[in-house]
Design a protein. Structure first.
Length: 350
């Protein structure tokens, strides 16, 4: 385990989450860290000292090396930049004013959609005047990612990123504006979109050089395995981010929803979510076996694809246990979003 990420105890009172997959770390971790620090500085995504300190504490370079332990150095660097972009945009929507401004959210999502659908992969949008940093940096990422991908992969990824942004802004943002608390069933379905996990699973194909055909991707067996893996990642995140999110008044967290709807206390709710996450891991294993039985002719594609899902579940758990993004609840409760949100990221309010 990386020396930089072993300091500090794990969050207290978190039950063990069943995860039978082995710990692995990419040998290019330090290179990914260095590249990521340079990229967020160069793009302007993180520039104030208070924001940089918080960003560095999260250690996204280590996170990406756990999730993609077999990636080449080049692909690891690209994935690290994607992780940073997704987390920084998520913080803006969750913690900032933009997440409570429907008009601002709509404009920003529309600008991001223009990048993804542009024939030049966003080159012209990237250098347009008054382009928000989140949009110009997305254009750079999209150019590095999409140029070598197949049209069907690009369509799938664009659809998933669009669904992520729209669900996060319209549904989740709308709940915040109205003060609504979603039910558990609706939340679980929406969480796979707001967590950008479909987007991240798509990026496995880029790292591994895969092109999963639509007929396989849309099959019941593949969908079952993919959604189980996505649930494991999202629910694990909810377990470890609970205190951080509740300090900001956030209700979009499965553990909190169990407290709210079932009348459980914190420890009971966390135990329920951890047990459900372990059961979902078991469901993934069963779905994985069924998928391999049902699609033997696609074994060459499925083996690395499913391995990527496994390392996502394992790596996300290992990172969540140790990252200082979720540790030190006392500090988190005192840390105001204005100290770490870069106002230029999402463009000026109108």
């Amino acid at each position: 385990m990386s020396a930089r990420s072993t300091g500090g105890a794990e969050l207290a009172h978190i039950p063990e989450i069943f995860c039978p997959f082995p710990y692995r770390e990419n040998p290019h971790t330090d290179r990914a860290r260095a590249q990521l620090a340079d990229w967020v500085r160069r793009t302007g995504l993180v520039h104030r000292e208070s924001a940089r300190e918080r960003f560095d504490r999260a250690d996204f370079g280590w996170f990406v090396s756990l999730v993609h332990p077999s990636a080449s150095a080049r692909h690891l660097e690209l994935m690290a930049d994607w992780f940073a972009w997704l987390f920084l945009v998520d913080d803006q929507l969750d913690d900032g004013g933009v997440g409570r401004s429907p008009d601002h959210m709509e404009r920003t999502v529309r600008a991001m959609q223009e990048v993804l659908e542009a024939p030049d992969f966003g080159e012209s949008v990237r250098y347009a005047a008054n382009t928000p940093l989140a949009v110009s940096s997305l254009a750079e990422l999209w150019q590095r990612t999409a140029a070598g991908a197949s049209p069907q992969w690009r369509r799938r990824f664009i659809g998933h990123l669009r669904d992520c942004l729209v669900t996060a802004t319209v549904w989740e943002g709308g709940n915040r504006v109205r003060g609504s608390v979603p039910d558990e069933t609706t939340y679980i379905e929406k969480r796979r979109h707001t967590g950008a996990i479909y987007v991240c699973m798509d990026l496995i194909d880029i790292v591994e050089g895969l092109d999963v055909p639509e007929s396989l991707y849309d099959s019941a067996e593949f969908t079952a395995a993919r959604d189980a893996a996505c649930n494991v990642v999202c629910w694990t995140n909810d377990v470890y981010s609970l205190d951080k999110e509740r300090a900001l008044g956030e209700v979009h967290n499965l553990a909190y929803l169990m407290q709210y709807h079932r009348g459980l206390d914190r420890e009971q709710a966390l135990a329920e979510v951890c047990a459900a996450t372990g059961a979902e891991t078991e469901r993934f294993l069963s779905a994985e076996a069924e998928l391999m039985r049902a699609q033997p002719r696609h074994a060459a594609l499925l083996v690395p694809c499913l391995a990527g899902m496994r390392t996502w579940m394992r790596g996300n758990l290992d990172w969540s246990r140790r990252t200082k993004r979720y540790q030190d609840g006392a500090q988190l409760s005192q840390e105001h979003p204005a100290a770490y949100l870069e106002r230029a990221l999402m463009g000026a309010e109108r």
